[in-house]
Design a protein around this ligand. Structure first.
Ligand code: DAH
Length: 342
């Protein structure tokens, strides 16, 4: 008889050690048909009459202990799956301030550049422009040829393009979309083309290998540089929320004639001179010009009847000016200190 009570004692001791096993392992070892506890239950028959009650109490409390452990494990699983679920792939710096822990509870927000593109395209939509997104992998024809850069033309070197081994190109500007926009829409054409651009160049506070631009294309009968100036000025005044003085000065692009740079009075110091305008009072904001007749013809548009203007500006650069961001590299660093401010 002593032997049987000793056996219960041993089961209790081994249970203490087995608490860390999984629920199914515990069930298998103790409660299955041939499990340790089930075997002990079978011994009841051989226990002396006087000890039966005590044996019954002890073995039942052992069974309860096992069931309690299993219940606890089940509860742990429920809690884990409802409150402690985390995304191990989330960009989260474990050493960051507790202030940012709430980010884990959030579903996330749109990237500041995405937010800005929406604001910018909304302004153009209100001015009657359609929106068409640019491609992120393109070809020589759209990057150069359709834009009046013949093969071997030195102006191709102005763009530090990335090429794939099978001769595709990562667009170095959103002008890659001009030919498509001119073919896709019917005259009068008014379309903006936001997109991601890539340039194989060294990065610094003002340059990134990856950035966004918004291209604009407007074509109709009798369109002049005056229309271009009015449209771009009105857009910039709406976005920067201030009246601006503007200048259009000569530049060079193969796909425009004349080729221009659009300059605005500094929206911060109003020409007094400050760090944002480099103390000049003026900021060069985008390339633009009247669309070259060769570009119109390439897209099947009669350049003797129709004319138009186009522009391309950097979203990152404009956002930096508006928000006072001093280094373009902050924008793609995925640093929560920066991102949570937007
Ligand atoms: N694609 C030019 C660049 O990134 C900017 C530009 C200039 C776009 C003149 C235009 C334009 O549409 O007409 O340098």
């Amino acid at each position: 008889m002593e032997y049987t009570f000793d056996k219960l004692k041993q089961i209790k001791q081994s249970l203490e050690k087995d608490k860390t096993l999984s629920a199914s392992e515990i069930k298998k070892k103790y409660l299955n048909k041939d499990g340790v506890l089930s075997e002990a239950f079978k011994e009841i028959a051989s226990v002396e009459k006087d000890n039966k009650a005590e044996f019954g109490t002890q073995i039942n409390s052992l069974k309860k202990e096992i069931l309690d452990i299993l219940e606890e494990k089940k509860q742990e699983m429920v809690n884990y799956s409802t409150t402690e679920r985390i995304d191990p792939t989330a960009p989260f710096d474990v050493n960051c301030s507790k202030d940012f822990l709430h980010v884990l509870d959030n579903k996330g927000t749109k990237h500041p550049i995405e937010q800005e593109i929406e604001k910018l395209t909304d302004i153009f939509k209100a001015m009657g422009f359609a929106v068409m997104e640019s491609k992120q992998l393109d070809d020589d024809y759209h990057m150069f040829e359709s834009l009046n850069f013949p093969k071997g033309h030195p102006a191709r070197d102005m763009y530090d393009t990335f090429w794939t081994t099978d001769n595709y190109v990562l667009p170095a500007h959103t002008s890659t979309m001009q030919n498509r926009a001119l073919k896709e829409f019917s005259i009068p054409i008014a379309v903006v083309l936001p997109g991601r651009c890539f340039r194989n160049e060294a990065t610094d506070a003002g340059h990134e290998h990856t950035f966004h631009q918004i291209e604009g294309v407007y074509v109709d009968e009798g369109i002049s540089l005056g229309n271009m100036e009015a449209v771009i000025k009105s857009f910039l005044e709406t976005y920067l929320e201030t009246k601006l003085e503007v200048r259009v000065q000569p530049s060079y692009f193969p796909f425009t004639e004349p080729d221009c740079e659009f300059i605005i009075s500094c929206p911060f110091c109003h020409k007094e001179g400050c760090s944002i305008c480099g103390h000049s009072g003026w900021i060069e904001i985008m390339g633009c010009g009247m669309i070259h007749p060769n570009v119109l013809r390439e897209a099947g548009i009669d350049s003797t009847k129709y004319s138009g203007f186009a522009w391309g500006f950097g979203v990152d650069r404009l956002t930096m000016i508006k928000r006072g961001i001093t280094d373009i590299r902050y924008i793609r660093n995925a640093d929560l200190n920066f991102l949570t401010q937007f």
